[in-house]
Design a protein around this ligand. Structure first.
Ligand code: NAP
Length: 248
């Protein structure tokens, strides 16, 4: 397992699903983790689970609706982590599906606010400090449907396609100062958030070579790799963790 002892990490959307598994895995590797999300009870439950396993974590709540919320989270997480964020995982996301003509403006704005604007302002607040220290790692969580057209996923896929491009742009901007920026692109993953998809999740997963949905832990393992020294020469990559769907 990678050694993240002495490192600090902020994981957005860590009260559930992939984010929760990522917070647990980063803490198991030795990082002190700021668990973020809106739901205090679920946040504290994640912190308690990490502490019970011998790890270190703190809950830092946030409703990432706009730039101010993101900037404020960056400041509070920095304080809670002792003055430094070494690892940022932009995981919080919503996935509204449906025909283009059915998407209301509020849904469009909410998807872009959480999936694109929040990562933007978190990176703007935290990456310069990483660059000044000469080290840092950022992982953006995208999706396989950012790379191909999927009926009913235009809004969602487009937000994550933007995040995929930002991954490369930020790698170019911050990489020369020692900050590695990468993304992971999951396929269908069994989480609280995807539970509402019912059998559609399995149907989507059946189209990939793996033929099944991922567990959140399988996605978290990829994120831990990307932030660790094992990935020291990996900059601006989008790691497909999609059971092979995008390769076939
Ligand atoms: P999930 O179970 O629904 O968890 C989403 C997380 O985001 C929760 O911790 C939630 O916390 C947080 N969140 C939602 N709205 C928020 C807001 N306004 N402000 C702050 N935090 C907010 O989702 P998941 O399935 O684990 O997905 C995690 C990421 O993976 C997302 O970016 C998603 O697009 C991506 N992804 C998922 C799949 C999949 O099949 N599950 C596939 C590809 C990519 P609170 O409720 O506490 O706020």
């Amino acid at each position: 397992m990678p050694d993240l002892n002495g490192q600090t990490a902020l994981v957005t959307g860590a009260t559930s699903g992939i984010g929760r598994a990522t917070a647990v895995a980063l803490a198991a590797a030795g990082a002190t983790v700021a668990v973020s999300g809106r739901d205090k009870d679920r946040g504290h439950e994640v912190v308690e689970a990490i502490q019970a396993a011998g790890g270190s974590a703190v809950f830092v709540g946030a409703d990432l609706i706009d730039a101010t919320a993101a900037t404020d989270l960056a400041a509070r997480a920095t304080d809670a982590l002792g003055g430094r964020v070494d690892i940022l995982v932009n995981n919080a996301g919503i996935f509204p599906f449906g025909p283009t003509a059915s998407i209301e403006e509020a849904t469009f704005d909410a998807a872009y606010a959480l999936n694109v604007k929040a990562p933007w302002f978190l990176v703007a607040a935290l990456a310069p400090g990483m660059a000044a220290r000469g080290a840092g790692a950022i992982v953006n969580v995208t999706t396989m449907v950012a790379d191909f057209g999927a009926d009913g996923m235009a809004l969602y896929g487009s937000t994550k396609a933007a995040l995929g491009l930002l991954t490369k742009a930020w790698a170019a901007e911050f990489g020369p100062q020692g900050v590695r920026v990468n993304a992971i692109s999951p396929g269908p993953t069994r989480t609280e958030g995807s539970a509402g998809m019912g059998e559609a999740l399995d149907q989507l997963a059946s189209l990939a070579p793996a033929g099944r949905p991922a567990s959140p832990e399988e996605i978290a393992a990829g994120i831990v790799f990307l932030v660790s020294d094992e990935a020291s020469f990996v900059h601006g990559a989008v790691l497909a963790a999609d059971g092979g769907r995008s390769a076939t």
